[in-house]
Design a protein. Structure first.
Lengths: 264, 366, 291
């Protein structure tokens, strides 16, 4: 059946996380102007865009650290727009914040333990995180401040995972990390997905995002300039959406996908 | 992204920048009239009332100084009683050596100002909260230090010589005029300081200290200047108290070094409106009214004062004057700037100096 | 020999000062609140103790846990309501609120209890009992008990902060409030717990203090706040055992001063405090503007 792109998947499962018409201000500055998206279970949804496009703001608002001026956030069919951030974590939305934000005066294991304090029931435990990152076992009593960027990133991810979220928000994983490390970290995604976690990530590195995403959206100055599957967008389209270049490719919002009328 | 402004200025239309919304000359004239009226009080007001007014003028001076410190420079001092007390003693000592107490007032003021310098050296690097406690500790230390000198009264206090020859009513009048002069000078000093470069500098520091520093603003110097001016003001007020009470008594309850003085000046400022020059005036009036009505209940007026101050600082941050300002947009002592779009006359929200804390941002975090 | 006595006395008193100081240090470390009413809380605890004993005639020792617990609850409530509201509005507001609280408490006590000094009526036996080391050193049992109590509390606190769930949460929230929220921690609740601990310890210290000397409504700010702050300054901010060291140095300095001249006791403490302020004010300095 031919329908607009954003609708229920074949199989009838609704979106796990949905954002509708989100408007967010920083003081008098409008950071997001009416953003909408849907993330379905098992997906890796990527949000790309240049600096200042509003990507992190979007993620932080979903996590509850910002209040939107307008619009709503629906999680698992429930409107969580007014829910405090700690309650969202308890409900199953966990975020790995930009810049890692580990607790500097706590050890590696203590960081994980804090993450597990209000954990939901599920497959992820501290032990399982150690299985995924074996190097952590030997360094569990070390302060994280001395660790490398990649190691810190792993700990941050582990800290979010032990809460057993259903939706994992990843904010700029690649920030400040060498490409090799970034690859390695993104290489963990399959394991995470396997355990039943859905991923919504923000990434400045477009090629990296294109590699791992099942669907993506591009933001520019707080507005959506491109939406669709990686396989359906061309490099030109992405460039135009990313930089906001004038030209036919950039007119309006691009919904990349199979042409209407054809098989979805 | 869009910054909210609809002003599109064409090259022909210019944006006007003025210091105030109405003609300041009116305020100036009004102030002079008021001062003349107040100055004439001793001729037709009873001594008892005059004595109360002296108290009010002392608190007014102190409040203006505390407001300058906390409201404009971000220096929350809980130890101003140190300079208040030092002022009293710097008046006492010359008086004990034959100088007329009234003539010694400038000495008291300057002495307190000089004393502020080494104290600033001790305090200047401290973070806000610890700055506050440290001022309190230093005030206590200064009191202990002074109490050691028996020659100026030790722990029990010393009567003020040099004023015995005056007729009581005349003395009260002279005291009143001195207090009025000090208060007027204090407010005028604050006004002209803030209207000038210092005001701009302090606003810049308050908005973004780092940026101000890297723009070449001498942050430390600005704060030092404010600290010294406040010390001078408090010292002068202390001198007036000595003249008023005809004695100088140290000590933590009711004495010149009592923290209650700071409580009174701070609460007057908070209730009246911190960060505005009019605020301390309103606050002092409220404070005096409270004190007079609750006189018979001892410590009650401080309890109520404290509770009201807490309530005001939580719910009406800009105090009584702030509330008035919101409704009617008046500024008697304008130190900010007004931006007039082409063709605009009156109803514009003013910009410029705000209140002490960083202005409330739109709710960004919980 | 009088000197040895003095030093021992100073060390023992230092434990009490540390007990006063740890709550102040905790509240600043975790929520960046400088509680100007901190000393008055100790005084209130002392007065509540007096009141309870007068009303129910229960043995003093039983009243201690009751008062400490009550103050801890008060601390939690006060933090969740008043202090949290002030924190949202900025540092200046918080200082004003705690200062206002201090004035209200002191004058409230003045109003209801008058300015007279009060003692906790522990019973002369405990207060004056002492033992001797050698022929010339006298040590009061009470001082030793209080010192041991202080050490026990500090040890307990250290264990709590390092090895329990809430201790971890408190440290995490102190490090990074937002990140802690993302992990599911309600920082307001955690702040409340920290405040409860601070109020509880200072209440305990206040009752102990009331046993050794008399208290009056203004004792909170006259002496206790100053002692607590001095201990924190001297020992270095953020360190639990630092406050013990700071307390001991303060206590010893005071006793040595008293040996030179009885009126030097307080002054000596101030001098040490000022010296440290000049020489190494770590943790107290830097950025003035904090939003």
């Amino acid at each position: 059946m031919s329908e607009a792109v954003n609708d229920t998947r074949p199989g009838g499962a609704g979106p796990l996380l949905e954002v509708r018409g989100l408007v967010v201000h920083h003081g008098q500055l409008r950071a997001l102007s009416g953003i909408s998206l849907q993330v379905f279970p098992g997906e890796v949804y990527a949000i790309i865009g240049a600096n200042g496009a509003g990507k992190s703001t979007l993620l932080r608002t979903i996590a509850g650290l910002h209040s939107p001026t307008a619009g709503s956030i629906v999680y698992d069919g429930r409107d969580v727009t007014g829910l405090r951030p700690e309650k969202r974590a308890g409900a199953g939305i966990a975020m790995v914040p930009e810049g890692r934000r580990l607790f500097p005066s706590l050890t590696l294991e203590e960081n994980l333990k804090v993450g597990a304090t209000y954990a939901r029931k599920g497959p992820w435990t501290i032990e399982r995180v150690y299985d995924m990152f074996p190097w952590m076992k030997d360094r569990r009593t070390q302060r994280t401040a001395q660790m490398s960027g990649g190691e810190q990133q792993s700990v941050a991810i582990g800290r979010a995972l032990v809460a057993n979220p259903r939706v994992l928000l990843l904010d700029e994983l690649s920030l400040g990390l060498a490409p090799v490390i970034v690859q390695r970290i993104y290489g963990m995604l399959p394991q995470i997905l396997e355990s039943g976690v859905t991923v919504l990530l923000v990434e400045q590195d477009v090629s990296q995002a294109l590699r791992v995403a099942t669907r993506l959206q591009c933001l520019l100055e707080g507005r959506t300039t491109l939406e669709g599957k990686p396989s359906d967008v061309t490099t030109d389209q992405v460039e135009a959406a990313y930089f906001g270049l004038a030209g036919p490719a950039a007119e309006g919002t691009l919904h990349a996908g199979p042409a209407e009328g054809s098989e979805a | 992204m869009s910054v909210v402004t609809d002003a599109t200025a064409r090259s022909e239309d210019k944006l006007r920048v003025t210091r105030s919304r109405r003609n300041v000359a009116w305020t100036g004239a009004g102030a002079i009239v008021l001062i003349v009226v107040l100055g004439a009080f001793p001729y037709y007001v009873r001594s008892g009332t005059l004595a109360i007014m002296v108290q009010g003028l002392i608190v007014l001076t102190l409040a203006s100084m505390w407001n300058l410190l906390a409201g404009y420079a971000g220096l929350v001092s809980v130890g101003q009683q140190a300079f208040f007390g030092l002022g009293a003693y710097f008046l006492l000592i010359p008086a004990m050596h034959g100088v007329s107490p009234f003539a010694a007032l400038p000495i008291a003021a300057v002495g307190a100002g000089v004393a502020a310098l080494p104290l600033w050296w001790l305090l200047s690097r401290l973070r806000t909260g610890y700055f506050a406690i440290a001022t309190w500790v230093l005030a206590s230390a200064i009191m202990l230090f002074i109490e050691r000198f028996q020659s100026i009264g030790g722990g029990t206090g010393m009567p003020l010589p040099g004023l015995t020859g005056y007729d009581p009513a005349v003395l009260t009048a002279y005291t009143y005029w001195a207090a009025l002069a000090v208060a007027v000078l204090a407010i005028a000093a604050v006004y002209f300081l803030l209207r000038g470069r210092l005001g701009l500098v302090l606003t810049a520091i308050r908005d973004d200290e780092q940026a101000a520093r890297s723009s070449g603003v001498k942050v430390g110097l600005a704060r030092l200047l404010v600290f010294v001016v406040a010390a001078v003001g408090c010292g002068a007020a202390g001198g007036i108290l000595a003249i008023d009470q005809l004695q100088v008594v140290p000590g933590t309850s009711g004495g010149v070094f009592s923290v209650l003085w700071t409580a009174e000046m701070a609460f007057a400022v908070i209730i009246g409106g911190i960060g505005t020059i009019e605020g301390p005036i309103v606050g002092t009036i409220v404070y005096m009214v409270l004190q007079q009505t609750l006189q018979s209940y001892n410590a009650w007026y401080l309890i109520i004062l404290g509770l009201v101050a807490i309530a005001v600082t939580l719910f009406a941050r800009r105090g009584l004057w702030g509330l008035l300002d919101e409704r009617f947009s008046i500024r008697l002592f304008p130190v900010g700037y007004y931006l007039w779009a082409p063709g605009e006359t009156r109803r514009r929200r003013r910009s410029g100096t705000g209140s002490a804390d960083t202005p409330a941002k739109a709710d960004v975090s919980r | 020999m009088a000197w040895v006595n003095a030093i021992i006395q100073g060390i023992l008193t230092g434990g009490l000062y540390a007990l006063f100081a740890c709550g102040l240090s905790l509240m600043f470390g975790v929520m960046k609140v400088v509680n100007l009413a901190h000393g008055d809380l100790a005084t209130v605890a002392g007065y509540i103790g007096i009141g309870i004993i007068a009303a129910t005639h229960m043995p003093f020792l039983w009243s201690v846990p009751i008062v400490v617990l009550a103050m801890a609850v008060v601390g939690y409530v006060l933090q969740r309501t008043l202090i949290q509201a002030a924190l949202r509005r900025g540092e200046l507001t918080t200082l004003i609120v705690t200062f206002g609280l201090s004035m209200v408490i002191e004058n409230g006590l003045l109003q209801f209890f008058s300015a007279n000094n009060r003692g906790l009526g522990v019973g002369d036996n405990i207060v004056t009992a002492s033992f001797s080391i050698g022929s010339q050193i006298q040590v009061a049992w009470l001082d030793v008990i209080i010192f041991v109590l202080a050490i026990v509390v500090l040890l307990g606190l250290q264990y709590y902060m390092s090895s329990t769930k809430y201790g971890r949460l408190i440290r995490a929230v102190a490090d990074d409030r937002e990140a802690a929220q993302l992990c599911g921690a309600d920082y307001r609740h955690v702040f409340g717990v920290a405040a409860a601990i601070a109020f509880g310890t200072v209440a305990l210290a206040g009752m102990a203090y009331g046993m050794t000397t008399v208290i009056s409504p203004t004792t909170g700010t006259d002496t206790i706040l100053l002692f607590a702050f001095a201990a924190v300054v001297i020992g270095g901010l953020g360190s639990l055992w630092g406050t013990l060291i700071g307390g001991i140095i303060l206590g010893v300095a005071q006793q040595i001063g008293a040996q030179l001249n009885i009126s030097y006791e307080l002054l000596a403490g101030y001098i040490v405090f000022l010296a440290v302020l000049v020489i190494r004010p770590q943790g107290l300095t830097t950025r003035r503007s904090q939003s």
